[in-house]
Design a protein around this ligand. Structure first.
Ligand SMILES: *Cc1c(COP(=O)(O)O)cnc(C)c1O
Length: 219
């Protein structure tokens, strides 16, 4: 299968999952995760009409996305990997959506950069639903207060919540927990689901799914 075939396949699986969950067609946005792939491997996916992409490293993205964005207007780039505050300026300059806001220090750094650069960046708070020590994300019980702080004290427009369930667990309960927390925060965007579980995520209300290997192949 070519990358175009795999993209088509993912698109139709998303459409089918929306339908079986009685959701509107197009209500789950596909974020194509292009981390580790070179610009030349990404171009065919852009040519096939995909406009929303996810990357997990600021440095790697700086090497390929400025050119790709210049070539094709309307690209929307999401940062889905952990962010350090010394990279906040680069992240705000390049990304349209940052999905990994997970602590006060980074929220403050982003608020300062957004103001400084006058650039509007959409933000998600990452929640560590599995309480995994090695994984980024705020603890579920701290999520409501953290979203409040981001909004009220830092003036950040938080758009939704994001999670990466533990690799060895049934993802359903994690997706359900993220949905419950989003309701408590009065947020209606949920970034959840990857190649192995995006259909389940759509069933649990994902408004965007982050799919890498099912489109680009194994990394
Ligand atoms: C790599 C990555 C993905 C995509 O994973 P696949 O299993 O390749 O679809 C999604 N979300 C995050 C945060 C990632 O780092």
């Amino acid at each position: 299968m070519t990358v175009e075939d795999r993209l088509d396949d993912v698109r139709s699986r998303i459409a089918k999952a929306e339908q079986s969950a009685h959701r509107a067609a197009g209500s789950a946005l596909l974020v194509a995760v292009s981390k580790t792939f070179e610009a030349d491997q990404i171009r065919p996916v852009i040519a096939a009409g995909q406009r929303v992409f996810g990357e997990n490293r600021v440095q790697e993205s700086r090497g390929k996305w400025p050119d790709l964005k210049q070539e094709t207007p309307g690209i929307e780039l999401h940062l889905i990997g952990p962010l350090q505050s010394n990279k906040a300026a680069d992240a705000v300059a390049l990304f349209d959506v940052i999905e990994t806001v997970d602590r006060e220090k980074i929220a403050r750094a982003l608020a300062a950069e957004i103001k400084q650069q006058g650039r509007s960046v959409r933000l998600y708070v990452q929640v560590n639903t599995g309480l995994e020590p090695q994984k980024a994300g705020i603890e579920p019980k701290e999520t409501v207060a953290f979203v409040e702080l981001c909004r009220k004290e830092l003036g950040l427009a938080i758009e939704g919540l994001m999670c990466i369930p533990p690799a060895d667990e049934n993802p359903g309960p994690h997706f359900a927990l993220l949905g419950k927390l989003a309701k408590e925060c009065d947020l209606d965007h949920l970034s959840m689901g990857m190649s192995g579980d995006f259909e389940t995520a759509i069933e649990f209300g994902a408004t965007s799914v982050r799919v890498g290997s099912a489109i680009f192949g194994t990394r």
